[in-house]
Design a binder for this molecule. Structure first.
Ligand SMILES: NC(=O)c1ccc[n+]([C@@H]2O[C@H](COP(=O)([O-])OP(=O)(O)OC[C@H]3O[C@@H](n4cnc5c(N)ncnc54)[C@H](OP(=O)(O)O)[C@@H]3O)[C@@H](O)[C@H]2O)c1
Length: 241
């Protein structure tokens, strides 16, 4: 059976790898994005995966966007909450705006998206929700009080919803990537990357987006139904919980 999947932030970075991995697994995929039309158009041209633009921090936009995807493709079976941003600053310099933007996208986005597919999944007695959290939600990170708080919140959200969805055939799992080679990493200065980050990773390298996508594909499969409420760590042994 071909499953319908939404991947937020699915047009580039880790999300693009997730979209194509689910497509390769036989899913019909819709990838959402926030504003980078050029990347989204190139992604659709390359993969045939439809892209949809809205802000996951906006509840009404999520409701309308999901309704459009369901009209185009059918009821959503799989939701991957991957869209995320960073707005780093040491706490004493962090603005309310930096705090709010990250909470709106990285935490409220999960509510806004999941709330709009949850009822349908419950009715159809099947669902897969996969939340992309972060190593920094597990261990905290200097200058990321906003990001770490949101990503830790994603894990609590995952564990609670897993218990609520289990009887309805819905699984809810989180993945905590370590440092992955995407544009998000390009904001980190070379000196910090080489002298601070890489020495902390026993694997001696950044992860690749495809390595996160492999985890998502596993959790999204029909036969992963007993894997529920878990936090999958994919970080090259950098931080072990
Ligand atoms: N890269 C890492 O090392 C790393 C490590 C741990 C966790 N993560 C998490 O993994 C996820 C993907 O990260 P990435 O590195 O692939 O990021 P990325 O390359 O910066 O891509 C982010 C994607 O999310 C979309 N997006 C951002 N804000 C959005 C919003 N408000 N509404 C809808 N879409 C939005 C972007 O859309 P546009 O293309 O339109 O901008 C883009 O498609 C994030 O949740 C991130 O926190 C990443």
């Amino acid at each position: 059976m071909s499953r319908i999947a939404i991947v937020t932030g699915g047009s580039r970075g880790i999300g693009a790898a997730i979209s194509t991995a689910l497509q390769a697994q036989g899913c019909t995929v819709a990838a959402t994005y926030a504003g980078n039309d050029e990347k989204a158009a190139a992604f659709t041209a390359e993969t045939g995966i439809k892209t949809y633009k809205w802000d996951v921090g906006d509840y009404d936009a999520c409701a309308a966007g999901i309704a459009q995807i369901e009209a185009d493709l059918g009821p959503v079976d799989i939701l991957v909450n991957n869209a995320g941003i960073t707005r780093d600053a040491p706490f004493h310099k962090m603005s309310r705006d930096q705090w709010q933007q990250v909470i709106d996208t990285n935490l409220n986005g999960l509510f806004n998206m999941t709330h709009n597919v949850w009822g349908g999944m419950r009715e159809r007695k099947f669902g897969r929700v996969i939340n992309i959290s972060s190593i920094n939600g597990q261990k905290g990170q200097f200058a990321q009080a906003n990001y770490s708080a949101a990503k830790a919140g994603d894990i609590g959200f995952t564990k609670s919803l897993a218990q609520e969805g289990a009887r309805a055939g819905i699984t809810v799992n989180a993945i905590c990537p370590g440092y992955i080679n995407t544009e998000m990493m390009s904001t980190i200065p070379d000196k910090v990357m080489n002298e601070v980050i890489l020495p902390q990773i026993p694997a001696g390298r950044l992860g690749e987006a495809e390595e996160i996508a492999r985890g998502v594909a596993f959790l999204a499969a029909d036969d992963a139904g007993f894997v529920n409420g878990s936090t999958m760590t994919i970080n090259g042994a950098q931080y072990l919980t």
